[in-house]
Design a protein. Structure first.
Length: 94
């Protein structure tokens, strides 16, 4: 039920499009990072290092071109990766 509620919130626009895109970018970086690192020897944050770099890099770009960066964007980008990591870890535990 909670996953259905989360899906509805994302799909109905309660989350701004910018944050949805950051979430998707974070989620999409996870498979690349996971392929590069041994899964059982790293922490979730290590497996999400690429999404951290992408989020920080995007905000550096935003501050240089638009004059403002949002820390929440980095948090949401990393959250996308951590969500995918959590789901895959639970699936692998089965």
């Amino acid at each position: 039920m909670k996953y259905l509620l989360l899906s509805c919130v994302v799909l109905t626009g309660c989350i701004p499009v910018d944050k949805q895109l950051h979430l998707l970018v974070g989620a999409s970086t996870h498979p690349i990072q996971r392929a590069a690192l041994p899964v059982h020897r790293t922490s979730a944050l290590e497996r999400c290092a690429l999404s951290i770099a992408a989020g920080v890099g995007k905000e550096i770009y935003d501050s240089a071109t638009h004059g403002r960066a949002e820390a929440l964007d980095v948090v949401v980008t990393v959250a996308g990766c951590l969500i995918v990591d959590f789901v895959l870890e639970r699936l692998n535990d089965r």
